[in-house]
Design a protein around this ligand. Sequence first.
Ligand SMILES: NC(=O)c1ccc[n+]([C@@H]2O[C@H](COP(=O)([O-])OP(=O)(O)OC[C@H]3O[C@@H](n4cnc5c(N)ncnc54)[C@H](OP(=O)(O)O)[C@@H]3O)[C@@H](O)[C@H]2O)c1
Length: 330
Amino acid sequence: MFTGRAWRVVRFGEPEDAAELQEMTWVGPSAGQVLIRVRTAGAGFPDLMMTGGRFPLLGAPPFGLGEEAAGEVVAVAPGSRFSVGDQVTGITGFLQGWGGYAEYAYVRENSAIRIPDGMTDEQAGGFPIGFRTAYAGLVERAPVQSGQTLLILGAAGSSGATALQLGKALGATVIAVAGSREKTEFCLGLGADHVVNRRTDDLTARVAEITGGRGVDVIYDPVGGDTAATAVRSLARNGRIAMIGLASGTPVALDPMDMLVRNYSAVGVLAIPNDDPEAEALVWSHLADLATKAAITTPVGRVYDFEEVPRMIAEQSAPGPGKSVVRVAS
Ligand SMILES: NC(=O)c1ccc[n+]([C@@H]2O[C@H](COP(=O)([O-])OP(=O)(O)OC[C@H]3O[C@@H](n4cnc5c(N)ncnc54)[C@H](OP(=O)(O)O)[C@@H]3O)[C@@H](O)[C@H]2O)c1
């Protein structure tokens, strides 16, 4: 049995009011999980949805916060492929109420990897969700082929900046859309071929200029709202939009008649594990491989202390570039 502190949602509301640091006890993990002593945990817009009661997959409080975490394995279930002492990063048991903003966390075995050589703690804590989501979007649900053009909305954010890198690793030409000069520079630093500042540029005109009027093959959309609706106008024939999320507050509104006439499709994307554990293990080994080769790297943004979690969550409404990460322990 392990005891320690964990940030938990005790009521829905503003993060400072909703989240409380509580003393908790972790028993040995059940089959399919490992228990880790957490060093770092990755953050994102979903934290704000969870504290506000707007996250579709969670019920009423209390529940733990933090979708992903990295650290040292302290307990395993019988038959585990991990051992005590392994350094791992993975998706936590947050859907069962046990999150990663905690001194200990349950991590789903089939959504975890040993931390590749050269990956820092901050990169490890922020690796799983963004890259598993990007993989779900760009490989499984709306596959982008080498040589195709990929438009990424919210490209400096947690989801967008990982998709940008995976898109480049898959051989796509990437157009990154972000909301400030600082963020477009950040996207160029991550390898974007073209950038569009959504606040100062005409998105439709810029995409037409970049693609010679053809449009883009795939849109990766963690943003929704008006920006996504505008982007859809730039989809090429047989194009597709991967619907990831709604950082703008509303999902993209689609017109079925427009989809029919212009021959494009829309797919929903949720980064949940494959039913087949072997297929899921292959996904993670592919991601670990790309990380080892430095073809993808967690785009670490601001690093927060453990005590700052409520403020960190509040700041996810207007985050700076990159992935926010919480340092739980050294
Ligand atoms: N489907 C899945 O499995 C999955 C997994 C992870 C996350 N998500 C979802 O993805 C969404 C984004 O999460 P995240 O962690 O990537 O958020 P994030 O790091 O905050 O990034 C979102 C980006 O959206 C942009 N944005 C915000 N409001 C906007 C607006 N009104 N118009 C245009 N752009 C706007 C911001 O960039 P600029 O200001 O630079 O434009 C921001 O960088 C959330 O809804 C989350 O739940 C889904």
